[in-house]
Design a protein around this ligand. Structure first.
Ligand code: B12
Ligand code: SF4
Length: 567
């Protein structure tokens, strides 16, 4: 019987968190769904699988970030690996790497394994190795082989074989250095019916570590249990920045509605799940099925979230109503750009700008908050397109906006375009994160671009906050409070939190935040410059708050709030 150890290297570059200023803000992550899926499948179908364990170094990095001890990360990761190797003595170690930014960790991990026992087979899978298998096998000499795409079927064959190297040589999804030399191109081996994957066994993880990804910030500090599900895999589209079709294919494969409901009930009843995170690549691919599923989920008395972004074209009045009934309190719309040219000719996304407003209005009518995801900095995008995006963001009255810088991730068309044209200046993959611009193309000035992304968020989320404009200071406050909790030096955050408290008649809190804002503005010229640039008259706002003359919310406009059984 073979023992299998999975390791997930951090999704994020630990060096980015050495700066104490950023220390509090390691992004949230969710349960390692791919590993749990493989475990469920292999446990049922393998004849030669003994025990399986998981080391998720994201949990370790989170702890280091929270305790501001990131400097020691390499030694801590090595020690954790060493301890589990000694205790568990695995036969196979599988590294699961989703992102470019994980690439810096992999060789050192597999070297640690080989140093411990060279007979252990070291393999890798996930988005990064699948798309960049040549580079990874070249740069990670202690890695034996890579699995392309989903691992359930290829791993089963590998584990059940008495000659794993033979499987690696002959199975279509496995690739090693010898295979590359022979000119082999690894190919997918997908499970067609997702119901064939048995229910997950969550005992190898601590669910408490995976509870912060929810996008509705009202619930950030409330008791809740988030758990993820992928009710389908694959997406027929080919958005330029996305690697998903190259990992999960363009044909969409489903779980049955009955199975999703049974899993959700089990999560609720056995594990106390209160928030179901639906993480499909394209949940709305089959709108009929989406409607049926939402109707069933509505009966469970839970909240649902779509943290990945929802297809705008799918949101009409009926869908918005069903979402609200299923306990969806906020939807992130995958809008990406406010320019039809960028959408249609650069991203190649099936979305027209005119569809955005009706979707936002339908959601608002049913009391569902709307967030929006924007990507900027794609080759071909110009200042005029970014201006259109800004105008679109101001016109549509989103509850919160998120702007990311385009990253040429392996497996995306964007990566190929950037490589062909020499657009990637900094090739250190660890730096491929959505707050750093690594693309150098005509019309893209990285400094200007990073400023555009950050300042547009400041302007739309704070200076011209839609909810404040319509007198919903309570809603604005949920979001802004979350920002000042994370970034205690956020001058705009304190200023507008103060204004919201003042409008809600909470004078002590208003004064506290007005004073905090004043202190940051007085000591940090950077915030002062931003305030001037974006028409934020902070001295006047602070005066109004402290003198008790700030606007008071007289009446709160009638707007249905979703009644949430679990909240
Ligand atoms: C959850 C998630 C996250 C989480 C992290 C993962 C987690 N567990 O918390 C968070 C929120 C942090 C995140 C962040 C980002 N994400 Co993300 N994320 C996802 C998401 C929704 C689910 C991942 C998942 O569980 N998939 C489902 C399982 C079944 O697939 P899987 O994990 O790939 O595992 C299968 C195979 O890969 C393989 N496999 C995996 N490991 C191994 C190991 C071995 C040994 C073997 C044999 C096989 C194998 O078998 C598994 C079972 O089939 C995917 C989209 C998606 N639907 O997959 C995007 C996705 C992975 N993310 C993506 C992106 C772009 C990002 C961001 C860059 C977004 C942004 N703009 O900031 C950031 C990157 C973070 C960073 N470094 O800066 C991209 C691609 C990433 C890439 N290749 O680089 C995806 C595919 C979404 C998309 N459509 O573009 N993400
Ligand atoms: S971004 Fe979404 S819609 Fe576009 S290809 Fe990727 S998964 Fe599909």
């Amino acid at each position: 019987m073979k023992k299998l150890l999975f390791i997930i290297p951090p999704y994020f570059n630990a060096n980015d968190y050495l700066d104490k200023h950023r220390a509090a803000v390691l992004p949230a992550f969710t349960i390692p769904y791919g590993i749990l899926s493989m475990q469920a499948y292999l446990t049922k179908h393998c004849e030669q699988l003994g025990e399986m364990r998981l080391v998720d170094l994201n949990v370790t990095l989170k702890r280091l970030v929270e305790t501001q001890t990131v400097e020691a990360h390499q030694e801590v990761f090595n020690a954790e690996l060493q301890a589990v190797l000694e205790d568990f003595e695995p036969d196979i170690v599988g590294v699961s790497a989703l992102f470019n930014s994980s690439s810096g960790y992999i060789q050192s991990l597999v070297k640690g394994v080989k140093d411990f026992n060279p007979a252990i087979l070291t393999i890798a899978g996930g988005g990064l190795p699948s798309a960049a298998y040549k580079l990874m096998l070249e740069t990670c000499p202690d890695l034996d082989a890579i699995c392309k795409g989903e691992g359930e079927l290829p791993l089963k064959t590998l584990i059940d074989s008495d000659d794993p190297m033979q499987v690696i040589a002959t199975h279509r999804s496995w690739i090693d250095r010898a295979g590359i030399e022979r000119g082999k191109f690894p190919a997918h081996d997908f499970i067609a019916d997702l119901d064939d994957i048995p229910p997950m066994n969550y005992s190898i993880i601590d669910l408490d570590n995976y509870n912060q990804r929810g996008i509705d910030k009202r619930y950030t500090d409330q008791p809740k249990r988030e758990m993820a599900i992928h009710t389908s895999r694959g997406c027929p589209f080919l958005c330029v920045f996305c690697s998903n079709p190259s990992l999960h294919g363009r044909e969409v494969r489903f779980m049955s509605v009955e199975r999703v409901v049974a899993d959700a009930k089990r999560m609720r009843d056995e594990f106390g799940m209160t928030v179901l995170m639906l993480e499909d690549d394209h949940f709305f691919h089959d709108k009929d099925r989406a409607r049926r599923l939402l109707r069933e989920l509505a009966k469970l008395g839970i909240r649902c979230e779509f943290p990945n972004g929802a297809a705008v074209y799918a949101i009409d009045d009926e869908m918005a109503k069903l979402l609200a009934e299923a306990g969806v309190s906020a939807v992130a719309l995958a809008v990406e750009s406010g320019s039809d040219h960028v959408l249609n000719n650069i991203i190649k996304k099936p979305l027209k700008k005119k569809l955005i407003k009706p979707a936002v209005e339908a959601l608002r009518k049913h009391g569902v908050r709307s967030h929006v995801f924007i990507v900027t900095g794609l080759p071909g995008e110009q200042d005029e397109h970014r201006q259109e995006t800004l105008e679109m963001l101001l016109e549509n009255g989103f509850d919160w906006i998120h702007i990311y810088l385009a990253i040429p991730i392996f497996g995306s068309r964007l990566y190929d375009i950037c490589v062909e044209n020499g657009y990637i200046e900094n090739t250190a993959n660890e730096n491929f994160v959505a707050t750093k611009s690594v693309i150098r193309a005509p019309g893209i000035d990285p400094v200007k671009l990073e400023a555009f992304a950050y300042e547009t968020q400041l302007r739309v989320n704070f200076v011209e906050n839609h909810n404040m404009k319509i007198g919903r200071y309570d809603i604005a406050l949920h979001y802004m409070k979350n920002v000042v909790d994370k970034y205690p030096d956020h001058a705009f955050g304190h200023l507008y939190v103060g204004q919201c408290h003042a409008a809600l008649g909470e004078r002590d809190l208003a004064l506290k935040h007005a004073n905090a804002a004043r202190e940051v503005f007085e000591t940090d010229d950077w915030w002062k410059t931003l305030a001037d640039k974006h028409g934020c008259d902070y001295p006047r706002i602070i005066d109004a708050i402290t003198s008790g003359k700030a606007a008071q919310a007289s009446t709160v406009p009638a707007m249905a709030e979703v009644e949430l059984a679990s909240a």
